[in-house]
Design a protein around this ligand. Structure first.
Ligand SMILES: [Zn+2]
Ligand SMILES: [Zn+2]
Length: 401
């Protein structure tokens, strides 16, 4: 006798595949979110490294497409003057193709299917929203904005440049890209870029209010009459003198240390670690430094190069990099010099404050001298800083241990 096959109703036939699809989607999303919560090595040959690359690129592509739709709210006026939308379209197209091909191949080869399916879905969403062909209409110039373009371009550029430098000249060989607490520093990185408009507005307002009365044409004319290179070196010196003393104040005045401790709480030094900073510290330091440069009235070309120098050194000095600096280590701030500043070893407490010129610490007697090798441990003494962006922003206002 034949076993009786239960007859499926039409409703059930329709519901089962829908359930299966929903189950797969939920599985893919949870695999991806679990992965983003983790740290550790990207095991080769599993589709993990290529999947992470595809996911990152596809996510940035989607953000890029959205920025093309709303340039007045999602791009930075100072930045968009300096890049061509056509070049960005080519980069966007290449990134879409690359992440689309990688993620599709991984899905077909059953390598990290969930993660790669999410990446492929993001590519499809970016293409559905117009991909690299979103037209740009005329838009007003004076709207409040989020620096989404700055975030995308700086993340792509910094990752490419600094991951390569860190792999070629590592201080700690074998240190992972996705080390512990990378997520927190990535949020700091993102927020610092998103608030660029608000920060610029606040800093400019404060500078004119606080330092406007100090600015005189005679000083400005004299400074601008200096040749480019000495004027640039002088500009960096002026900036670093302010930076040195504000930084020293952050260490030596207990109330200010509450804010600066956020920056010192990183326990693994790499290019991303420098992004960890309290927002109020970031704004106050910029007001002090840029205020001094505004009063001295440096030339615009000098200021443009200074902004590049400070942007590069702020990242590079935290990178997991070791180079043979020779006598230059007494002149300029290198990753070796600033790594020691972040150490919680006894010998390193409240030392090496400079951001550009190491000789300032030698001059003011705060340089670590005769130290060979590298720090044993990094972070704040007692390791009391909580992990997580919001908790760290709140920490100065909480009772301290
Ligand atoms: Zn410090
Ligand atoms: Zn630092």
């Amino acid at each position: 006798m034949k076993p009786e096959v239960p007859e499926k109703s039409l409703g059930k036939i329709l519901v089962d595949p829908a359930k299966a699809v929903l189950g797969n989607v939920a599985g893919a999303v949870s695999e991806t979110t679990e992965l983003l919560d983790q740290s550790g090595p990207l095991k080769p040959g599993t589709g993990l490294a290529s999947g992470v690359l595809a996911l990152t690129l596809s996510f940035l592509c989607l953000l890029g497409v959205i920025a093309f739709h709303f340039p007045q709210y999602l791009t930075t006026p100072e930045l968009r003057k300096n890049y061509s939308p056509d070049v960005i379209r080519h980069i966007l197209f290449a990134a879409l193709v690359l992440s689309g091909v990688i993620s599709t191949l991984n899905v077909l080869l059953n390598r990290r299917r969930g993660l790669n399916a999410v990446a492929a879905t993001l590519v499809i969403a970016a293409v559905a929203l117009g991909g690299s062909h979103v037209p740009i209409a005329d838009f007003p110039d004076h709207t409040p904005y989020i620096g989404l373009d700055w975030f995308i371009l700086d993340l792509l550029g910094s990752t490419i440049i600094f991951v390569v430098i860190e792999k070629l000249f590592p201080l700690y060989k074998g240190q992972l890209i996705f080390r512990r607490e990378w997520q927190t520093d990535m949020v700091h990185f993102a927020v610092n870029h998103f608030i660029v408009g608000l920060a610029l507005l606040t800093v400019n307002f404060a500078i004119h209010r606080l330092f406007g009365w100090m600015a005189h044409d005679s000083v400005r004319d004299f400074v601008q009459s200096i040749y480019f290179l000495p004027q640039l070196l002088l500009c960096i010196l002026a900036a670093d003198l302010v930076q040195y003393w504000t930084h020293r104040a952050y260490h030596e005045i207990p109330f200010l240390w509450r804010f600066h401790a956020v920056h010192h709480s990183v326990k693994t030094m790499d290019w991303l670690a420098g992004s960890r900073q309290h927002i109020l510290e970031l704004i106050c330091t910029r007001v002090g430094v840029l205020g001094a440069l505004y009063v001295l009235g440096f030339d615009k070309a000098v200021m443009d190069v200074y902004i590049i120098v400070v942007g590069f050194q702020a990242v590079f000095n935290h990178a997991n990099v070791h180079l043979p600096w020779g006598p230059f280590k007494y002149l300029i701030v290198t990753p070796d010099f600033h790594h020691w500043h972040h150490s919680s070893d006894d010998v390193a407490i409240d030392k090496n404050y400079a951001a550009h010129y190491a000789f300032l610490d030698h001059f003011f007697g705060t340089a670590i001298k005769g130290q060979t090798g590298f720090p044993e441990k990094y972070g704040v003494v007692g390791d009391y800083m909580p992990d997580g962006f919001v908790r760290q922003q709140m920490s100065p206002f909480r009772s301290q241990k």
